[in-house]
Design a protein around this ligand. Structure first.
Ligand SMILES: Cc1cc2nc3c(=O)[nH]c(=O)nc-3n(C[C@H](O)[C@H](O)[C@H](O)COP(=O)(O)OP(=O)(O)OC[C@H]3O[C@@H](n4cnc5c(N)ncnc54)[C@H](O)[C@@H]3O)c2cc1C
Length: 416
């Protein structure tokens, strides 16, 4: 069933009786050409691009819970490609370009909204760093605009420009950045992959890997063994636990990140704004809720819930940036488990075990990477070659010293 204004009208006239489930609920087959473990954004996008770009349709996505229950449905929905390092910027720019055409290619309204993102700066040194980053973005074909205080006051008059400690001097804007309805991304990719023949198997936990002669030839699951020529793992915050079942220890720690939503308010925030003197970022949903977040909780955990000190810390950041936020009431908050790598950058790579491939280490920036990650992981699985823009995302980069430390914080996963 194709979604369009005509199908909405037609179903409306027929009392909405004929809508079909968005994807099938198949029993797992005994074997597939490829299996993707993890039905989050990255796993589903990988399956979709394997089918649509590489013609592989005998594939399955194995999800232990339900589609959209992981970080893909828990994030604060920001997309952007405002990176500095060459190893990152080309990848994130490819991802942003894929976002721009996504709804047409998967025939699903994911509410891609390029309302702009502004990273604020509060000192001359921060402005210089923003100029450098903006130039790097322009050199990679992305867009970047430097805003001075006057420009910024026109766009965001509600900010506390005269803050005594951290006065706001301007911002680096990426107009093509913005937000996307997160769970619609999962549903849209799942539906589009299913239409191409991909089996999406929910409530099926991978409990181990089937190894024969040192090669991975499938997975053990809570619903039995499933064999596969190739197995790709994209389980985000569960990466260390799942890859541990294959005997691999990875340079990844799991940490909790929380998100917050206020009651619905009249439109006030035009795009995404990030604070430059602390970790706080905010946007406003189409329903009017202020959607915001800040630092991770700062200790290792697999619990999908956060703790109160970070609530206080995030709200302090909000108050410093725009004091009127103190009048809004907090409506909802939740947590997700982040796969924090040692240099803050991800992995899209083969492992040392033939037949087993890894997609992980997205820290708290993996939502914007969803289309690019799926595109590049599908390329790797189909061709056994890294995609050009994902060549820096090798697991052995720490051995060779080629770490990709965008933030410059060193081997401190909790600081990336
Ligand atoms: C609060 C919060 C805010 C964020 N904000 C942003 C943002 O604004 N912008 C941005 O770019 N990124 C953001 N992120 C990060 C982003 O959401 C993640 O990096 C990204 O979603 C991870 O990839 P995924 O969608 O595939 O993960 P998930 O959706 O977590 O998918 C992994 C899936 O694997 C499944 N799984 C785990 N173990 C097994 C198993 N043994 N067997 C089978 N399945 C298994 C899980 O159930 C899960 O569904 C945020 C994250 C959080 C939590």
């Amino acid at each position: 069933m194709r979604y369009s204004i005509w199908s909405v009208l037609k179903q409306g006239l027929r009392s909405n009786r004929d809508w079909k489930p968005a994807w099938r609920d198949p029993e797992p087959k005994a074997s597939y050409d490829a299996i993707i473990v993890g039905g989050g954004g990255h796993g589903l996008a990988t399956a979709y691009y394997l089918a649509s770009e590489h013609g592989m349709t005998n594939i399955a996505v194995i999800e232990k819970g339900w589609i959209g229950g992981g970080n893909v449905g828990r994030n604060t929905t920001i997309i952007r490609s405002n990176y500095l390092l060459p190893g990152n910027e080309a990848f994130y720019e490819l991802s942003l370009k894929l976002w721009e055409g996504l709804e047409q290619s998967i025939n699903y309204n994911a509410m891609v909204s390029q309302r702009g993102i502004i990273n604020l700066f509060h000192s001359d040194a921060q402005r210089d760093a923003a100029v450098r980053r903006g130039n790097s973005m322009l050199m990679h074909g992305a867009d970047a605009t430097l805003l001075d205080e006057h420009d910024l006051r026109q766009i965001c008059p509600f900010l506390d420009f005269e803050n005594a400690r951290f006065p706001i001097k301007g911002g680096l804007m990426q107009k093509r950045g913005g937000s996307v309805r997160h769970d619609a991304v999962a549903w849209g990719y799942a539906r589009a992959a299913d239409l191409l023949g991909v089996d999406i198997i929910q409530n099926c936990e991978v409990t181990g890997f089937i190894m024969e002669s040192g090669k991975c030839v499938g997975v053990d699951t809570s619903r039995g063994k499933i064999r596969a020529k190739k197995t790709g793992v994209a389980v985000a915050g569960s990466t260390s636990r799942v890859m541990g079942k294959a005997g691999m220890r990875l340079p990844i720690e799991s940490h909790v990140l929380q998100a917050f939503v206020s009651e619905g308010l009249k439109p006030i925030i035009p795009g995404v704004v990030t604070y430059g003197a602390g970790h706080f970022y905010i946007s406003q949903s189409d329903k009017g809720g202020l959607v915001f977040g800040g630092d991770i909780d700062g200790y290792n955990s697999y619990a999908q819930r956060g703790n109160l000190p970070v609530v206080e810390d995030v709200c302090e950041g909000g108050m410093a940036l725009m004091p009127m936020i103190g009048k809004a009431r907090l409506l909802r908050m939740w947590g997700g488990i982040m796969d924090m790598s040692m240099d803050g950058s991800p992995f899209i790579d083969k492992t040392d075990i033939p037949g087993l491939y890894l997609n992980a280490g997205w820290c708290y920036g993996g939502f914007k990477a969803t289309p690019g990650s799926g595109w590049c992981f599908a390329h790797l699985l189909a061709t056994d070659q890294s995609h050009d823009v994902a060549k820096a995302y090798r697991i052995d980069r720490f051995q060779s010293g080629a770490a990709l430390d965008e933030k410059g914080s060193g081997a401190q996963p909790n600081l990336h």
